[in-house]
Write a protein that binds this ligand. Sequence first.
Ligand SMILES: [Zn+2]
Ligand SMILES: [Zn+2]
Length: 319
Amino acid sequence: MFVYLETQLQRILPRGEIEALDHNTIPRIQLPARDSVFATRAARLRQLAVDSPVADYLLLMARLVDAQHHALRGCNAPPASEDRIALAQAHGMPPLQAVGWPRDPLWRDILRQLVDEVAGGQDVPAEALEVCAALRRALDEDTESLEDLAEAVLSEQHRGVDGAAAPFVMAALQVYWTDLASRFDEKQLPVASPFGVCPVCASLPVASVVRVGGQFEGYRYLCCSLCATQWHMVRVKCSHCEDVESVAYQAIEGRAPAIKAETCDRCHTYRKIFYQDKDLHVEPVADDLASLMLDVLVGEAGYSRASGNPLLWHGAEEE
Ligand SMILES: [Zn+2]
Ligand SMILES: [Zn+2]
C-alpha cells in the first residue's frame, strides 16, 4: 500500500471554458433534501460495510441514520425569528448558527426516538444497548447534562465528552438542524458568509465532494457536518486556512480512486475530498467514516484532521 502525492494542481476547466464561464451560475449552496438525505446515507453505510474492517460500526451507524430518517419526517422545529435573520444579514453571519442557539427541548424528543429505535432493533451489540440505556436515563433524570453535552459537541469541545454517547446526541441535533435547513428560504441568506463554516448553521464541514451533473458539474462543495447543507468552494484551496500554494492530494494507491485527502502544508491539516465522477454514490459522512485507513496514513504523515466526523467522536482520547 502506497501513499502518493499528487503535486500538480488540477485544472478546474480548460482555459477557454474558464473565460466563458459566468460565475453567477454556480449554485452557491444546496440545502438538504429532507426526504432523502438520511436514507441515502444509511444505504451508503450498508454498501461500504460489505468489505470494511469496521463493518460492525458502519452497520450500527446505518441503524442510527435509519432512525434519523424516520425522526425527520415528523420534525417541525421552531424556525429562526425575523429578528435573528435580520441580524444575520446585517452582520454577514449564518442565520441558524448552532452554537448558542435557543434549542427547543424537541431535540431531546428526537434523541429519545433515535435511542428507542436503535435499541429496539434485532441483534444490537451489547455496548450499543448500554449507551442507549444510559441516554434514556439521562433523558428521564438529567436533561441538564444532555444540554451540556449537546453544546459541547456543537462547539467541538472535547473535554468531558462521552465519546460513546456523542454520536447519538449529534445524530439528534443533525435531525433538528437538517429540519431547519431544509425549510430555510435561501433568499434570506446574507450575501457573504465567513470562510470555512456552513453559511446556514456555522458548523464545520465534514468533507468535500467534486460533483457531477447539471449545474453542479465539476464544482467542489463542502458538506456541513450538522445540517447537511452543501456550499460551493473553489478547488485546490485549503478548506481550513484558504492557502492555495501548499495544497496536495494523497490517496491509497490502487484503492478507492474516488477518495483523496486534501492536505495543507501551511496549517498541517487535511479534509477528505470525494470525486463523484469516480464513484457516483459517494456520500460525505458515510465515505469519510468508512475510509479510516486514509486517516491513519495521513496522520502518520503529520497532518491532523481539520474537523471530525459527526458519527465518530475523535476527541475522546486526545485529552
Ligand atoms: Zn450547516
Ligand atoms: Zn491550510
